[in-house]
Design a binder for this molecule. Sequence first.
Ligand code: TRP
Length: 339
Amino acid sequence: MSEGQFTPRVFSGIQPSGGLTLGNYLGAMKRFVDMQEDAYETIYCMVDLHAITVWQDPAKLRHATRELCAGFIAAGLDPEKSILFNQSQVAEHAQLGWIFNCVARMGWMKRMTQFKDKAGKNAENASLGLFGYPALMAADILLYHTTHVPVGEDQKQHLELTRDIAIKFNNDFGVDFFPITEPVIEGAATRVMSLRDGTKKMSKSDPSDMSRINLTDDADAIAKKIRKAKTDPEPLPSEFKGLEDRPEARNLVNIYAALSDQSVDAVMLEVGGQQFGQFKPMLADLAVDKLAPISGEMSRLMEDPGEIDRILAGGANRARAIATPILQKTYEIVGMVGA
Ligand code: TRP
């Protein structure tokens, strides 16, 4: 069978572990919206089962899941067009995850750099779930016979593992059942860095709130953070190459380009020669223009959690309709007895 047997289908997930930033918006959500408008069937999941691989306070997890859903919708995802749901409502994820725990090899998992990073020095005290995380992620993807997965660079290794699991499963059972998924990796331009240190990724866990723009920030906070962002005293060059050794300046130009849907080269033509005193207010206006409506819409949606829960339940039903027959077929291939 050829790859053509699988309809183009996009799946991606974000952990509801609280705190959405401009990095999530430009690196993930904005691209999710673009794919929704293309000729793909799009499925976006709030991966709560993944979130609990490290401790989550239950009330905060519930809040973060709803807030992530609100963020998706405010960013432009339409629950009629895309399937939006939280992972735990579709039990098939955990069920296929178990099968993949039995396909993946210890040696493969031990090589995962994200596990090493997250487990840190005290790996003996990490949860077993954190170690098995990538097998559950493979299940998320393959449960829908997904063909395309938009993720950040840091997830590349997990996607390679997903392909290895699909290949081993197909080989072990002599079938051509799971597709070999294509990663759609974000470009460097969509990697948003800290506003205080251009060499570090913008992160919700940075101790300084000034280092990031939160999707819940209002217009004043957004403008202030951009005004105070770290820069250097030089004017902007007329070519992007000239920013190679100026990480903070490069980051602000990248953000400007991404928010205005232009290439960095086009931006340099426009802003080359400017001082930051001129560029920063322009960037602040643009950011407020694009982001304040999102934070406004998020807080409006969060006023009615019941409506969010209905959207998630509706998405879960649609997801299950795709997942159930694929899981059933998997069980049959593996040799599980059932009606
Ligand atoms: N591991 C991903 C991250 O931390 C989240 C994730 C879980 C995911 N399951 C997925 C992403 C399936 C893409 C597809 O960013």
